[in-house]
Design a protein around this ligand. Structure first.
Ligand code: PLP
Length: 466
């Protein structure tokens, strides 16, 4: 399988190079040259397989450069039970009501769905780097949520060192401890005396310092990495198979959405032949995607902080991958549209493209009151405590689902204990941490407090990566 850039100008690459590259050199995102199709007979054979075996089958057509045996071993190490995921099904379905399910994606080490893909990505990095005799230094900034998933993905991986910057005193205690209590020698936390924006600016400046970047072989693990999208395709197949999905029985999925990575994985599953009926794109009040899919208006607003912070975004990077398909794979056209968007903050999607997208996608925004009301309602009527991100998905799914004859699966993207204050305010219940994190508040921590100053941060990182 070869991968091309959505902006048409960068060289086509194989799987391993795409995993290491992240963003393409022309500013685009890598997409596979074609979508492999899974025959209905093949799908039926997968019904009896474990999560890890389904994962190997789903991802295999996209992987080259890694032998089949090595790839299967990496996937099994990631998803084997007992292991990093605390459920035999890895992503179990929990029935909420008649014809309605939650797909629980939060049984990994940091209690959020990003673990499902990042745990695989960390192992892929290690495998590829060892083979090539290379090292990378992962540098990232976090406002609290993604930092721990990236650290758990990279910890103890050979040839990988990770530095995570967070704003000192501005992340919750649980979030900070999930990062700073990891004892691994290749993990470094830096608390910057500044804001999250300062942290992001420092990371950007380090990537723009080409001498520094090349000397340390800097790398990022952000959500545009193709391997992350690919790993998420698996659970759409897994859930459809568990619910008896086939050509005649299709399933609606509702997906709490920020960067469009998770729901784009649903699109890939659908293109490959998974029995997906509708993909419901659920946003909070930061609704650029809901506007884009309903009326073609993809325009940047200002970020409004919400109780579902992992979806507080103004620009949805992975949306470019869908645009590429909607515009018939015309990279030059996408490059022009994205240049325009960068300059004006607006992009008008054509009527034909909006109509095409509406055959599979439906979209809506859920405001803060509806999110809180959904948490309370699901607790009272379905005896289940859900987190605010999941609540956005459940609320949108209930509004836009096809009807009672079509099963509805809402993706549960975080454990309620990850956002305890918002959950308590909405439901009256303070969610406790699961057993594997029960002693989190007493584990020793390790982090360095540094001023908001590029030279201090670079000197610190440079000294530790000699
Ligand atoms: C990252 C995240 C999302 C949004 O996923 P995207 O792939 O960015 O659309 C939703 N919920 C939670 C809990 C997340 O951490």
């Amino acid at each position: 399988m070869r991968y091309v850039s959505t902006r048409g100008a960068a060289a086509a690459l194989g799987f391993e190079d795409v995993v290491l590259a992240g963003l393409a050199r022309d500013g685009g995102l890598y997409v596979p040259e074609s979508w492999p199709a899974i025959a209905p007979d093949e799908l039926r054979r997968w019904e009896s397989l474990s999560y890890a075996d389904v994962a190997v089958e789903v991802m295999r057509p996209f992987v080259d450069g890694i032998s089949e045996d090595d790839f299967a071993a990496i996937v099994h190490e990631t998803y084997a039970v007992p292991g990093v995921f605390h459920q035999a099904a890895v992503t179990p379905l929990r029935q909420l009501d008649a014809g309605e399910w939650l797909l629980e994606l939060f049984h990994g080490p940091t209690l959020a769905f990003k673990d499902v893909a990042l745990q695989l990505l960390g192992r892929l990095f290690e495998h590829i780097l060892k083979k090539r005799g290379e090292r990378i230094t992962v540098v990232g900034a976090t406002s609290g949520d993604t930092g721990s998933a990236a650290i758990e993905a990279c910890r103890d991986r050979e040839n990988v060192t990770i530095f995570m910057l967070h704003p000192h005193g501005r992340v919750s205690e649980v979030q900070r401890r999930q990062m700073t209590s990891v004892p691994s020698a290749n993990v470094y936390n830096i608390a910057v005396q500044g804001t999250f924006d300062d942290c992001q600016a420092l990371v950007k400046a380090m990537f723009n310092d080409h001498a520094f970047r090349d000397r340390l072989n800097l790398a990022a693990v952000n959500s545009i990495n193709w391997a992350r999208v690919l790993a998420q395709v698996v659970y759409y197949f897994q859930a459809s198979l568990a619910l008896g999905g086939h050509d005649g029985r299709r399933i609606d999925f509702s997906v709490p959405t920020g960067n469009f990575g998770d729901v784009f994985a649903g699109y890939v599953a659908s293109r490959m032949g998974a029995p997906v009926n509708k993909l419901i794109v659920a946003t909070n009040v930061n609704d650029i995607l809901s506007r884009a899919l309903r009326s073609g208006d993809y325009s940047r607003g200002t970020v409004q902080p919400t109780i579902s912070p992992s979806m507080d975004i103004q620009v949805s990077s992975n949306f470019e991958r869908l645009l590429f398909d909607l515009y018939g794979g015309d990279g030059a056209r996408i490059a022009a549209l994205m240049d325009d968007f960068a300059a004006t903050g607006r992009l008008a999607i054509g009527n034909g493209q909006v109509t095409d997208a509406s055959r599979l996608f439906a979209a809506t925004r859920i405001d803060e009151d509806e999110t809180r009301a959904t948490i309370a309602h699901v607790l009272r009527h379905n005896a289940t405590l859900i987190d605010p991100h999941t609540a956005v998905g459940v609320a949108a799914g209930r509004k836009l689902r096809t009807g009672p004859e079509v099963p509805l699966v809402s993706l549960a993207t975080a454990h309620p204990a990850k956002f305890p204050d918002a959950v308590q305010a909405a439901s009256g219940i303070y969610p406790g941490l699961p057993p594997h994190l029960a002693d989190l508040l007493t584990r020793p921590e390790r982090y360095e407090i540094l001023p908001n100053d590029l030279k201090s941060v670079q000197d610190h990182i440079g000294a530790l990566t000699q």
